[in-house]
Design a protein around this ligand. Sequence first.
Ligand code: 5GP
Ligand code: MN
Length: 339
Amino acid sequence: MNPHEVNTVRALLAEPQQAVIIPHKNPDGDAMGSCLGLYHFLTKLGHNARVVAPNDYPKFLKWMPGNNSVLIYEKQHTEAQALLDKATLVFTLDFNELGRVGPQMEAALKQVTAPMVMIDHHQAPASYAKVTYSDTSMSSTCEMVYRFIESIGSTSIIGEDIANCLYAGIVTDTGSFKFPSTSSDTHRIAAELIDKGARNAEIHNKIFDTNTANRLHLLGCALKNMVIREEMNTAYITLSQEELDMYQYKKGDTEGFVNYGLTLDGIKFAVIFIENREEGIIKISFRSVGEFSVNEFARNYFNGGGHKNAAGGRSERSMEETITYFESLLEKHKMELTS
Ligand code: 5GP
Ligand code: MN
């Protein structure tokens, strides 16, 4: 944040606020960790804060301190809407445009007159917020919340609760410190968080080592379905609704599946297509290594976006038509994919 933005936030937080903190739809570890980390911070400063998530999120994120106070807009609509109506300050975390909360909550946010503060590391931030703290070089929104706390107050306020939430998001978005967005500062901040009470080994265990047999079998199915287009340096996976049903799919079960494509030697572009019959869409995750921008690919062809090497999007066509279209796009981008 620049000094002007720091002053604006300080002035806002000089008065007691009714704050609502919002992650994107289908929140991941970074979205929930950053929102709950900020929630503890604002609460400690004496504000009345609540996290309102657009929809539910996986069980492996529900251990975070403060989780019990989170409201789900989709399920607890009346209570959540009442909070938005009386909010004096709204934080939007880990997303760059209001559409990322889903149509129902987007409409509600457009009615909000309270000032908004965006903290986010995705490309192309929209301009709805009074303060836009956007930095695409950051590993995670959790790293940004740490820096936010540092610039408007002091990290001495960070205790165990904040530390565990922020550490969880950093671990999630850096792929356990292995993605290129992991900087020396990310490690320094992670180290600080451990000193302040983040139980690092336990956090890894809670996020990554709580598989069910069904999830592992679904992974087996996904890997079997993987199509490897060696000549395009591309690998993609499909999962149909029937396959998801067969293994009693639960939210979060497919988290990380897309990354397996990139573990193949020479593969630079990995994709997973997941059918969602209820929403009538195919949800798509894109990953790349190197220069191929999946953010642009998702934005141009699949109504999505994200980061250069990790993005998401959707298709309203059938799985078969989506794959045919995708294959044609591979041809179109063959030069970039094979250079
Ligand atoms: P994932 O594939 O893990 O769902 O998401 C990868 C990245 O792309 C995340 O940073 C996520 O916020 C972003 N992303 C996922 N889906 C969408 C989408 O439909 N639209 C946009 N703009 N970004 C997305
Ligand atoms: Mn993030």
